[in-house]
Design a protein around this ligand. Structure first.
Ligand SMILES: C[S@@+](CC[C@H](N)C(=O)[O-])C[C@H]1O[C@@H](n2cnc3c(N)ncnc32)[C@H](O)[C@@H]1O
Length: 261
């Protein structure tokens, strides 16, 4: 998708996005006002952002294997660490939302598809040290750096799995046997995204939370998001433009929200 088209989509989102005054579902209202819009700074934010700043100054070049839809900006397989963190890691605003979602929903286990250097993984893990985070990354060199970052911040509730999602996801799902919270942030193409979604759905329950990154990033991701929303098991979805939240609560009527964030 071209830059102009993407910007136009964002503009349309801004025009369509509702505020708390338009939300009548008590579940979504509480989530929106206490979690999504929460501006409070939590203890972990500072240490993870300090790490991000350090990585943004790291000019070391590494060889990476591109498993996913690739970067719209980084075209070679030799990349500087600072460029990887700049273009791949979720910006603080969205990564911190992941932290608050974990804090609010208290999932026992979290599955992350796409670790990269571990910025979002750290946010997911530091929200609750008792939560086990399983994060999958295909590129071994990137994963090695992510592991160093977890050590640097003394975070021990992360299990990093190196491998292609296509190969390792089924076994990981079987192992946890319950998809409490899944963050889909790798291989942003329609067919793979829907395949990972279907596999996780099999292990989802009434209180599961699925978070999809970059739902409007490309035409393929737009189509994937529409399919995700329409699934009969899905009740509530929340479109925050750069992220989409999906819930399966049977006590909620099916409703799709576009909320300003
Ligand atoms: C956008 S980055 C993840 C960013 C990270 N979640 C963050 O916000 O800090 C996506 C990562 O997924 C990995 N990836 C993409 N497709 C994959 C696949 N099929 N199997 C394994 N890893 C994959 C890429 O190597 C890349 O590091």
């Amino acid at each position: 998708m071209g830059r102009i088209q993407y910007a136009t989509r964002y503009l349309i989102y801004l025009l369509r996005a509702k505020t708390k005054h338009d939300v009548h579902s008590p579940f979504v209202f509480a989530l929106f006002t206490t979690v999504i819009q929460n501006k409070k700074s939590f203890y972990a934010y500072r240490s993870i952002e300090k790490l991000r700043a350090m990585l943004l100054g790291n000019k070391r070049t590494i060889e990476v294997k591109d498993f996913g839809a690739g970067s719209s900006v980084l075209k070679t397989n030799t990349r500087k660490v600072k460029d990887i963190v700049r273009h791949s890691a979720k910006p603080a605003k969205y990564a911190q939302l992941l932290f608050r979602l974990v804090n609010y929903f208290q999932p026992k286990t979290i599955l992350e598809l796409g670790t990269s250097l571990g910025i979002s993984t750290l946010y997911l893990a530091m929200a609750n040290s008792k939560t086990k985070v399983i994060s999958i990354e295909g590129s071994e060199t990137i994963a090695t750096l992510a592991r160093e970052n977890f050590k640097l911040l003394n975070v021990e509730n992360i299990e990093l799995i190196i491998g292609n999602f296509d190969k390792v996801l089924p076994a990981q799902l079987q192992k946890i046997n319950c998809a409490d919270f899944v963050f889909f942030d790798g291989n942003h193409r329609k067919t793979p995204t829907l395949s990972y979604y279907e596999q996780c759905l099999h292990y989802a329950h009434n209180n599961s939370v699925f978070v999809f990154d970059d739902i409007h990033w490309s035409q393929e991701m737009e189509e994937a998001w529409q399919t995700i929303k329409q699934h009969p098991r899905v009740t509530i979805t929340i479109d925050l433009f750069f992220m989409g939240l999906v819930f399966f609560k049977t006590e909620q009527a099916k409703e799709h929200f576009v909320l300003r964030f």
